[in-house]
Design a protein around this ligand. Structure first.
Ligand SMILES: *[C@@H]1O[C@H](CO)[C@@H](O)[C@H](O)[C@H]1NC(C)=O
Length: 105
């Protein structure tokens, strides 16, 4: 049995439209209409940032509502196993990259 280790970059294989998306609220009465991600990151409507803190892309919509695009949940072949992230602190979408271990006979 041979072991093949390779890395795949999910976004190179799957269009970004399939990325996981979620809506979150970042309202702060001190900054009406803006998305207050944290003390240092305050986005105006239409602005977006890519952050490795959450490994995703945060796009501020209106009224403090932001759309978050994260990594795709990857399915792998039954003879393969996900070993973990290649570099979780790399900028998005590189932080999504995973090490995959596959068996072949
Ligand atoms: C991971 O990515 C960060 C940010 O780009 C970089 O500074 C660091 O050297 C990388 N680590 C590895 C193990 O590649």
């Amino acid at each position: 049995m041979k072991l093949i280790i390779f890395e795949i970059l999910s976004l190179a294989l799957i269009p970004i439209i399939l990325a996981s998306r979620s809506i979150q609220f970042f309202q702060d009465p001190a900054h009406p209409g803006k998305c207050v991600i944290d003390r240092n990151i305050i986005l105006s409507p239409g602005e977006e940032i890519s952050t490795s803190d959450i490994c995703g892309l945060i796009k501020c919509a209106h009224f403090g509502v932001a759309l978050i695009t994260g990594c795709i949940t990857q399915g792998v072949h039954p003879t393969c196993k996900i070993l973990g992230y290649v570099n979780r602190s790399a900028p998005f979408p590189l932080c999504c990259e995973k090490k995959i271990l596959c068996w072949s006979d």
